[in-house]
Design a protein around this ligand. Structure first.
Ligand code: MN
Length: 578
């Protein structure tokens, strides 16, 4: 374990003498501070900050961040203070280390502490994005080396990763790291589910990857023949935890998830996307209802692409996604990319297009570099962040569930918007709400950082009045749909209301009696729901038939006809279900 690889990379990247000197000084200081200290694995403690510094260097972050990474834990168990660091390494390094130390103090312990932790995390973002990047890479490495800790601690850290860090990366639009973090936490937080998923997907995954490789080869040749030029065509494999979450929505039925592996086709313009879509449908037959035009109708989170699912090679079902470089950037880097692309399109379009060739796994290492690149376009990190924040928080508010999940909603949202965002059924069943522990009216305006709790009742019907204050379009749609459905059901009931009736036939039993009885009912188009024969001693048997009848006239008509059946002595009835 030496500084050699770190310096080698730095030189290779053409960092200045001054930068290399700063990195070297930070390394020496860290080596001294952590001397004799061991990680739980028994490895020297220094391996940890060094690994993080190395990763950040590979991702082309600036020397200040790399120095801060080397020093990020020195104030933990040593006598070193922030003031020391400031004197030795300057204000910026000290500021970053302090930020990380602050975040280290936040421990997710479930419900009541999480809300505060999350708010602080968001505040930290507001200070300097490099603090958050450093902390995310710190967590990434800690997750990889988690196995040596006691199980209880592993579980706490993994849960925190799953519920705080991964969503945070996701919210920042760094979806790939979000996926990596989730996949590291998954086997620890949900070991049984993980094992189950590994077992059931093993075969499917291999098969899908083979199919996809074949499809990629064919499509790439055919597109070339057709003179449709494209920038990139690669297969992407769904992150494992993300697949698990999707299965939860699809009755755990792997057959229903057709995008475990998907082909991604990057084309120069929107027009090219539609041309390619048309061509693919002549090559491979599309599955009806599976063409999704997220270009004309973007997803609520802004996602844009064309998706289609086709019977590919060997009639195997495959999903193909078509998008432009700008849409690809947005999908990979989120709102950050959206903002940066708008900025950079004017300044340096080449730089952006240069990153599209990277395929599959390479994406996982490019995002930080990308963010860092964008950050460099600005004089001060603060400016970068302000711009980022404007888009990130624009017209959105972040509220928290009692469990500590962050829910983002449009500005002006109410507890009912929140309820529908959690789950449609919760929305429908909402009868009351508490904000920060206090009961509020349902049209109460939510603010950033509010902890929102929904009180649900037994009924499952939205209130028409809600439409006057609901903010989120999705929630409004859910309410409108439900109200419409309720109206339709009501009309239906009024027009042909059928009552369940229990007919009691006292009979002299004989072979064929039941079939004669059921023929009478069938001729009148009455569906029997239940037939029981009661055979009590010293009484004639009773046949009990339960069936729906429309009105009394119909019932009486049937009763008369039943009496004509040979062996039926008496016919009585009572309302069933009463
Ligand atoms: Mn650390």
């Amino acid at each position: 374990m030496t500084i050699a690889p770190l310096l080698a990379i730095s030189k290779e990247q053409g960092r200045s003498e001054e930068d290399c000197a700063l990195i070297r000084r930070a390394y020496d200081f860290a080596a001294e501070a952590h001397r004799g200290q061991k990680r739980k694995s028994g490895k020297p403690y220094l391996t940890h900050p060094l690994e993080i510094a190395l990763r950040l260097a590979r991702l082309k972050l600036d020397a200040v961040t790399i120095a801060a990474a080397l020093l990020h834990d020195v104030c933990e168990d040593t006598s070193c203070t922030g003031a020391n660091l400031k004197k030795l390494f300057g204000e910026e390094v000290a500021f970053l280390v302090e930020g990380v130390t602050k975040l280290d103090k936040l421990k997710y312990r479930g419900a009541e502490r999480s809300a505060e932790s999350l708010r602080k995390m968001f505040l930290a973002i507001g200070e300097d994005i490099r603090v958050v990047l450093l902390k995310l890479v710190d967590r990434w490495h800690n997750m990889e080396t988690l196995k040596v800790l006691p199980l209880e601690k592993q579980r706490r850290i993994a849960l925190e990763t799953l519920e705080i860090y991964a969503p945070l990366a996701y919210r920042l639009g760094i979806k790939d790291l979000s996926g990596i973090l989730e996949d590291l936490a998954f086997p620890i937080v949900l070991p049984k589910e993980y094992e189950w998923l590994t077992k059931i997907t093993k075969h499917t995954l291999q098969e899908q990857q083979r199919t996809m490789e074949k499809a990629r080869r064919i499509l790439s040749q055919e597109l070339a023949k057709e003179d449709i030029s494209f920038l990139d065509l690669h297969a992407r494999v769904k992150h494992f935890y993300s697949l698990y979450k999707k299965l939860l929505r699809y009755d755990m039925d792997l057959e229903k998830v057709t995008d475990i592996v998907a082909l991604r086709l990057i084309l120069p313009t929107i027009e090219d996307c539609y041309t390619a879509l048309g061509f693919i449908h002549t090559l491979w037959r599309p599955l009806p209802g599976k063409i999704k035009d997220y270009i004309a109708l973007p997803k609520p989170n802004g996602y844009r692409s064309l998706h289609t699912t086709v019977f590919g090679p060997d009639e195997k079902i495959i999903e193909i996604q078509m998008r432009t470089p700008a849409m690809h950037e947005e999908a990979e880097y989120g709102i950050a990319a959206h903002w940066a692309y708008a900025e950079l399109k004017r300044k340096d379009p080449v730089m952006l297009s240069g990153t599209h060739g990277a395929s599959g796994r390479n994406h996982s290492t490019s995002w930080i570099g990308q963010l860092a690149e964008w950050q460099k376009q600005f004089e001060k990190p603060v400016e970068f962040l302000e711009s980022l924040k404007i888009d990130f928080f624009k017209n959105r508010i972040f509220v928290i569930t009692p469990k500590g999940d962050v829910i983002d909603l449009p500005e002006g949202s109410t507890p009912v918007d929140f309820a529908y965002e959690i789950h449609t059924d919760i929305g429908h069943a909402t009868v009351g709400a508490k904000v920060n522990g206090k009961i509020v009216p349902l049209d109460h305006l939510l603010k950033n950082g509010d902890v929102v709790e929904i009180v649900t009742g037994k009924r499952n019907a939205p209130n028409r009045d809600w439409l006057s204050f609901l903010k989120s379009p999705q929630a409004r749609k859910k309410v409108a749909t439900m109200l419409k459905k309720a109206r339709e059901t009501e009309t239906l009931e009024r027009s042909q209301k059928k009552e369940l009736v229990e007919l009691r036939l006292t009979v002299q039993n004989r072979i064929g009696l039941l079939s004669d009885v059921s023929r009478v009912l069938a001729q009148s188009k009455i569906n029997m729901e239940k037939v029981v024969t009661e055979n009590r001693r010293r009484h004639w048997p009773t046949v009990i038939i339960r069936a729906p009848f429309k009105g009394k006239t119909e019932l009486e008509k049937i009763m008369v006809r039943l009496k004509t059946v040979k062996g039926v002595e008496e016919v009585g009835y009572k309302m069933a279900g009463t």
